[in-house]
Structure formats: C-alpha cells, structure tokens
Design a protein around this ligand. Structure first.
Ligand SMILES: [Zn+2]
Ligand SMILES: [Zn+2]
Length: 428
C-alpha cells in the first residue's frame, strides 16, 4: 500500500535544478527513484502524469488555521484539507488564535493535534510577545525547544521599537526568524482599505502606504543592529519593496513574501463594498501592484505566501468598516499565480513558479520540504498547469467562503497531492 509510480510528467525540482520529463516512484513514504522511465512493480499504483508537472508539495508559510478558539472559522482539519486541495503539503500557522500561541505548552498541543487531525504538515509560528500585546518578549528558548519555527505577532504588530529590538535580540540568540506584519497603527487607526481615490469616493477611511513602509524601515534597521533574520509578511507597497531592495543590498538578513491577491488585485476591488476584498494590508494602487510584480521578477521578493485568513459568512456580512480583515488563499493560490504569470509579457519558467511556491519558502523557514531528493519524505504535488477552472466558493474545502476570486476563471490546479507518500487529495 501507498506505493505510487508517477508516470511521464514534467519533473520540477528547483533544489536540484531538475527539469526533466520522466517518472517518480514513491515507496514507504519516501521518494524512492526518479528516472526518464521506470517499470511498474507489483503492488504499485501507476498515475498517468502526461501534460502535468510533478513538483515538491507547495509550502505556505503564512496561514491562519484558527485553532484553538475560533473553530467556527476554520479547523486544523478543514484548513489542512484546503491546503492539500490547493497542492500544499506544508503550512506554517500563525499564533493569533484564542488564546494566542505564546507558550511552549500551546505550541506542543497544536503540533500534536495537527499530526492527528490535519491532512498536511503544520509548523507553528509562535507569538513574538506575551499575549501578542507588544509589551513583553516571549520565552524564545522554550518556544524553540517546543518546536516553533519562527515568531510573529502578525495582525498585532509590535508598536514599540524598544520592545521589537529586545524581541529581535532574543530570537537571534535561538536562530528564530522574526516574522513581521509591518503596520504603524497610529497611521492606520480606523482604516478599512487603502487610502486613495477609491477610499475617498466610497467615504471609507484609508490606511496610507506609510503605515506599512514606516515599520518596514524601522524593522529592517533594527534587524541590521541585532542580526536577526527578519521576514516581512504580505508586502503590499512599491516603496516597501524598494526599502527591502535597499536593505538587502546593505547585507541585512531580510526576506519577504507577497500574496497572490496583492499580485492580482487593486483597491478598486472594494468599489462595491465587497467585504471579501477587505484585508490587511489592503489592496493598493495599480502602481503598487505593478511594482510587486517587478519585485518578484527581479528577485527582491523571495516567495509567495497566501495569508489564508478564514472568516465566517456572518462576520463578512457586516458593513465594510465593521467586517474583519482577511480572505481565503490556500485553494486559489496556485491558480491565481499561474493566471498572473500568464499575463506577464515574459512569463516565469515552471521551475521559477515552483521555487516561489515551494522551495524558497521552505528554505526561508528552515523546513524539511520543497525538494524531490531521493530518500526525502514524499511530499509531492501533481499539477495540471493549463487547466482552466472556475472558483465556486460552495465547493471549497475550507470552513469559510470569503474569497474575492469567486466566479473567477483561474489557470492551473493540483490534481494529486501526496503527503509522506499518501494520497491526500485527488481530482479524479
Ligand atoms: Zn498580517
Ligand atoms: Zn496573517
């Protein structure tokens, strides 16, 4: 059982710079063999991968699985099901749960529950400060011992530079990346979208780009002094991208991610008060969107992450200013990225796409994923890269339905997703 032979696909592994037509064998949960042609063995299930990519399972380093405390939005099980349906085999969950994941006990508990309940692998990003209150750094030694892979207060970014500096020193000592949502709350207070012509017309309070860029600059300066690995979440502004380019050139250990929605959408998506277009950071201007695209092409942006943020229908049904921030991402990410890529004058190669969605994010967070090395765990996705499909929220595996891509025609979909050699998702 659980022996599969993937036949005649385009095998893509950025970690080995491998791009070849051939077969891949999985046995006992591991990648057993890769070759131009392999002969089926007794007891093996043969999967025809003609016209498909065979890639390392996708890795999303920014998701909200909502447990503990908010299982009406998502659970480890439904979030994991959404992940494998989207081609993801490893995800990193954020700590803004109820209670927040700020102790070794909670980190251990979520890891143990995820092993039993989630169809994909779940790595825990623990809180950066106690209770995510931005006042007292956590016990990073204990969090690391418990298995946390990074620390972040995501939606509740540390406002005090002094606290952030201490948190960075602490995390650097235990080689934990400091993962930050960059937002100066004094600039974004009360905002529900990007500040610009659209917010002015709708009469909604907007957050200026500086709400993000001020904290990107501050955090990068502090990272330079403390030597921590700073990872900036969901980059949304052109100037933020230029700042990261600058600090990278200075040799600062800074990395960043962009979400599929910031590559495809702008603030105009909020024009009919669609709360499924409300997220934080907000959708910005076309100039920002175009700059983020250039940031990916030029390698300033390291990877793509979804910020999968499920909210229940009754929460998103509120008036725009009252509705919570956040949208689903796991099941639409691949189709959105391949749609975005298809619109580029000079599209990225498949190997580069797989790098952005798997190998690069795994490396950034030090995860044992994002590669097809023989002997490695068989976390593998078979992708139909040219398949057009329409997003129907009713068909999503997530417990929530909040996607701005409802009704969109996307390109590319995960056909089969294997985790440790076991088939966890199939479109057959
Ligand atoms: Zn955030
Ligand atoms: Zn987030």
């Amino acid at each position: 059982m659980n022996a599969y032979l993937l036949k005649n696909g385009r095998i893509l592994d950025p970690a080995q710079r491998l791009d070849m037509r051939g077969d891949l064998r999985m046995r006992e949960g591991r990648i057993a063999e890769i070759a131009p042609t392999l002969t089926p063995e007794v007891g093996e299930t043969v999967v025809d991968c003609t016209d498909c990519w065979i890639a390392p399972g996708l890795v999303d380093i920014h998701v909200h699985l909502r447990e503990p405390g908010q299982s009406y939005k998502e659970t480890l099980q439904t979030g994991g099901a959404a992940a494998v349906a989207g081609g993801f085999t490893s995800v990193c969950c954020m700590p803004n749960t109820d209670p927040p994941l700020d102790s070794s006990t909670l980190v251990r508990e979520i890891q143990e529950r995820a092993r039993r309940e989630s169809p994909c692998k779940v790595y825990v990003v623990a809180a950066l400060t106690q209770g995510m209150r931005g006042e007292v750094p956590c016990d990073y030694h204990a969090l690391k011992q418990a298995g946390a892979i990074a620390c972040s207060d995501d939606a509740f970014p540390v406002q005090s530079a002094e606290v952030m500096r201490r948190a960075m020193l602490g995390c650097a000592a235990y080689d934990l990346p400091v993962v930050t949502h960059c937002e100066d709350k004094t600039l974004s207070e009360g905002a529900s979208m990007h500040a610009g012509a659209v917010s002015a017309r709708l009469g909604l309070k907007g957050a200026p780009s500086s709400a993000e860029t001020v904290q990107i600059a501050r955090n990068a300066l502090l990272a330079q002094e403390t030597g921590c690995h700073l990872h900036i979440q969901h980059l949304s502004t052109a100037m933020g991208m230029e700042l990261i380019r600058f600090f990278k050139a200075q040799g600062v250990r800074v990395s960043t991610e962009v979400s599929p929605h910031h590559l495809l959408l702008i603030d105009a998506a909020c024009a009919d008060f669609d709360t499924d277009a409300k997220m934080n950071p907000p959708l910005r201007s076309e100039a920002d969107r175009a700059a983020l695209t250039q940031g990916v092409l030029q390698g300033v942006i390291d990877c793509i992450a979804t910020d999968h943020a499920p909210h229940a229908p009754f929460e998103k049904a509120q008036p725009f200013p009252a509705a919570p921030f956040g949208i689903l991402g796991l099941e639409t990410a691949l189709g959105c990225v391949l749609l975005w890529n298809s619109q580029l004058p000079d599209p990225l190669e498949p190997l580069q796409i797989v790098n952005l969605l798997s190998t690069a994010p795994a490396r950034l967070m030090g995860l044992p994923a994002g590669m097809l090395q023989v002997g490695a765990p068989a976390d593998v996705v078979v992708i139909a890269p040219n398949l057009s499909w329409r997003v129907n929220p009713a068909e999503l595996r997530s417990r929530s339905r909040n996607t701005p891509f409802k009704g969109w025609e996307l390109i590319g979909r995960a056909r089969y997703t294997f985790v440790d050699g076991a088939l966890m998702h199939s479109t057959d």
